[in-house]
Design a protein. Structure first.
Length: 479
């Protein structure tokens, strides 16, 4: 009987390659232990990277979407003494010297000795993320002269065991407050940067700084990430480019300003590769997570590249990570691409938004983040638009679409209906067995055109004007 395992190749620091056959539920720590034995070092000093991003020890091979014959890169960290600065709630900053490979708990031990305080009474954060006490400092981005902020853990009030049983309304209110208030919010916005999207991208650039500063003021525990993508033919510019989740407004603004537009050729575009890349953003396990896919075209079929990336499978993996997807279609037509954006939303419990004018994109940006915060911000934002006379008919439709999102559990029924579409990007079996048009070099993170590419079947080429994306100039224009 065939076993459900994945052959994983690991390139060792010495230049050798080792191979493991692992089931999808194997953890990254198991690979680290294997590399540690091979290299004669403790496994907690081994860092594994996939497509340039460090993998977390507790997560699984399946969680990262690691496929057969994936190549991971192993690095061995050399311990060194570093000084970090612990900022206490009373405003004092305490310097602490530790070893980079030590766990966070080592900082707490030194801190308790120096300040005579109960270090276990605090949560510790660095770079906008809560630190895991048992994990090494270097794996959590703590390095020389990093600032670690200590936040006091609220003390539980004494319980009155003889108190009257709370009402059901009170229970519901308490549970709702736990679900809505105080949670971290992480939103990644993905933009198709090909020519037909230039008006939308320009509007984002103009308003991004003001928008982000407002969001950080209204939702202090929010982190925002950005992904820009063209198509595989844009390798000389970029296929995908991203900035990880952050609370640093200037980093986001600089990224948007310095990221040029792409050409993309004709529809479709590499949305399937963007979904794959989105899995490796720095998502936290305990946050409200949303990916906002903004574009005007469908994805390629799996056979278009040698990686056989299936947008449906990538969406399922994101759903398993707790990421809901907002599908944002930016055009005036209801062509085949609409089904793609609707399915992204239905499959993950997000919502489908139809923007027929680029001026709406800033309002959408704010509304999605307020919606994910789980508080009253979206309602207050709606009232603000009404008072300022900005609640147009298009804006009303946008707000209605956001507030009437469908739960993920209802996606199966709608999926069965939509999967009858005969687009090559929808039904994998319709386009299997063809030579890929592009091949991927994982070591260089680079795409090249295949010399054995198969032509696109005529049955999959749309001829209806309202069913096709506006054709872009073949010459790439840098925005």
């Amino acid at each position: 009987m065939a076993t459900n395992t994945v052959d994983v190749y690991v390139k060792l620091p010495t230049g050798r390659t080792t191979t493991l056959s692992l089931p999808p539920d194997s953890t990254v720590r198991e690979i680290q232990q294997h590399v540690g034995r091979e290299e004669g070092v403790p496994h907690d000093r081994v860092v594994l990277k996939y497509q340039g991003k460090a993998l977390e020890s507790r997560k699984t091979v399946g969680w990262y979407g690691i496929r057969a014959e994936t190549i991971l890169k192993a690095e061995v960290v050399v311990p060194k003494t570093i000084q970090v600065f612990v900022k206490l709630p009373d405003g004092r900053t305490v310097p602490v010297s530790v070893t980079s490979t030590d766990p966070v708990s080592s900082v707490l031990t030194v801190l308790a000795d120096k300040e005579d305080l109960d270090a276990d009474s605090y949560h510790y954060h660095s770079g906008g993320k809560k630190l895991v006490v048992g994990d090494p400092l270097f794996l959590q981005g703590v390095s020389e002269e990093s600032t670690v902020e200590a936040k006091e853990i609220p003390k539980a009030s004494k319980l009155n065991v003889d108190a009257e049983e709370p009402s059901e309304d009170m229970k519901d209110a308490v549970l709702s407050s736990f679900a809505a208030e105080g949670k971290n919010v992480e939103v990644v916005f993905s933009f198709d940067t090909t020519g037909s999207m230039s008006s939308y991208i320009s509007t984002v650039r103009e308003n991004l700084e003001e928008t982000c500063r407002r969001l950080l003021h209204d939702i202090p525990n929010i982190r925002i990430g950005l992904i820009a993508h063209g198509d595989y033919c844009d390798q000389n510019v970029y296929v995908t480019r991203q900035i990880d989740l952050t609370s640093d407004v200037q980093q986001l603004v600089d990224f948007a300003k310095d990221t040029p537009g792409t050409c993309g050729g004709d529809t479709p575009e590499c949305y399937e590769w963007m979904l794959h890349k989105a899995k490796f953003m720095d998502w936290s396990e305990d946050s409200a997570k949303a990916l906002v896919v903004i574009g005007d075209a469908p994805p390629h079929p799996p056979s278009y590249t040698d990686q056989n990336i299936n947008w449906w499978n990538e969406t399922e993996l994101l759903k398993g990570m707790g990421v809901k997807i907002y599908g944002v279609l930016c055009n005036r037509y209801d062509g085949p691409a609409k089904h793609f954006y609707q399915e992204l939303a239905d499959q993950t419990g997000g919502c489908f938004l139809h923007l027929n004018h680029f001026n709406l994109i800033t309002q959408m940006f704010l509304a999605v983040c307020y919606n994910e915060s789980g508080g009253d911000q979206l309602e207050a934002f709606t009232e603000e638009l009404e008072k300022e006379g900005k609640m147009t008919e298009d804006t009303k439709i946008l707000m209605k679409e956001i507030t009437e999102k469908k739960p993920a559990e209802k996606s199966a029924e709608s999926s069965n209906i939509r999967r009858r579409h005969s687009y090559d990007w929808w039904n994998e079996e319709e386009n299997s067995g063809k030579h890929p048009s592009y091949v991927y070099d994982a070591e260089k993170d680079k795409w090249t055109e295949s010399v054995h590419a198969s032509p696109v079947p005529a049955k999959f080429i749309s001829s209806t004007p309202t069913d096709k994306k506006v054709k872009k100039k073949q010459k790439c224009v840098i925005m």
